[in-house]
Design a binder for this molecule. Structure first.
Ligand code: 5RP
Length: 243
């Protein structure tokens, strides 16, 4: 019988910890329904004594709460800037292992933590694989609340993002449910603009640079050249892309 999407997420979440986390490590914990299982696995292995002296850095308040509930020792980047490994999900993965992240609204903390890891391990089910970033999932951009509509319009005119439709994320939280009348607010007190594309981004690096250079943009969900490895679960089992 075929595994459900949730079962696939659990497989990659557990495998990422089994393959990459050993005692004494500093570990970045991602955010979302796939990263949830990696956090669960770290908690299990610490509780059983299979892992010792691991300290983790969560990438969102949600993940911090889950980790605390499992008695996982935590710190922040203020205490430790060097991580052995970070494990997280993604919204889209292209053949060059460039990612779209931030569907859960945690992209800033995710990028701050994951860029400092010796190995950034990405865990996805095969529905996240794409030929080109953009049309399959809106690209999230975190912006300052100050004059947010101005920043939204400015982003919409960036040459490398031509043709995108920027939509301010609404909702009771910053995840991508868009389930409310209020503007969604991130853990950092910022807003999210989701960029909708009809065709794939021609040049994700140029798009990333232009977004990063836009005043009012805090950061964006393009994670290019960051993934060390992508673990993919699908109908034919688990495969690993990258080093
Ligand atoms: C949160 C993220 C998540 O990693 C991404 O949205 C994937 O989530 P899920 O595993 O629930 O599909 O970037 O900001």
């Amino acid at each position: 019988m075929a595994l459900s999407q949730d079962e696939l997420k659990k497989l990659v979440g557990y495998k990422s910890v089994d393959d990459h986390v050993t005692s004494g490590m500093v570990v970045g914990l991602g955010t979302g329904s796939t990263a949830y299982y990696a956090v669960e696995r770290v908690g299990q292995k610490l509780a059983s004594g299979e892992l010792k002296d691991v300290i983790c850095i969560p990438t969102s308040e949600r993940t911090r709460e889950q980790a605390e509930s499992l008695n996982i020792p935590l710190c922040t980047l203020n205490e430790k800037s060097e991580l052995d490994v970070a494990i997280d999900g993604a919204d889209e993965v292209d053949p060059a292992l460039a990612l779209v992240k931030g569907g859960g609204g945690a992209l800033l903390r995710e990028k701050m933590v994951e860029v400092m890891a010796k190995k950034f391990v990405v865990i996805v089910d095969e529905s996240k694989l794409c030929k080109g970033l953009g049309p399959g999932f809106p690209l999230p951009v975190e912006i300052t609340p100050f004059c947010h509509m101005h920043t939204l319009r400015t982003i919409g005119k960036l040459p490398a993002l031509a043709g995108c439709e920027p939509i301010l994320r609404m909702g009771s939280s910053s995840n991508n449910k868009n389930d409310g009348d209020n503007i969604a607010v991130t853990d950092n007190g910022n807003y999210i603009v989701d960029l909708h594309f009809k065709t794939p981004l021609a040049d994700p690096v140029a798009a990333a640079n232009q977004l990063k250079n836009t005043v009012g943009v805090v950061d964006h969900g393009l994670f290019v050249g960051m993934a060390y490895q992508v673990i993919v679960a699908g109908s034919d089992g688990i495969r690993v892309a990258g080093t």
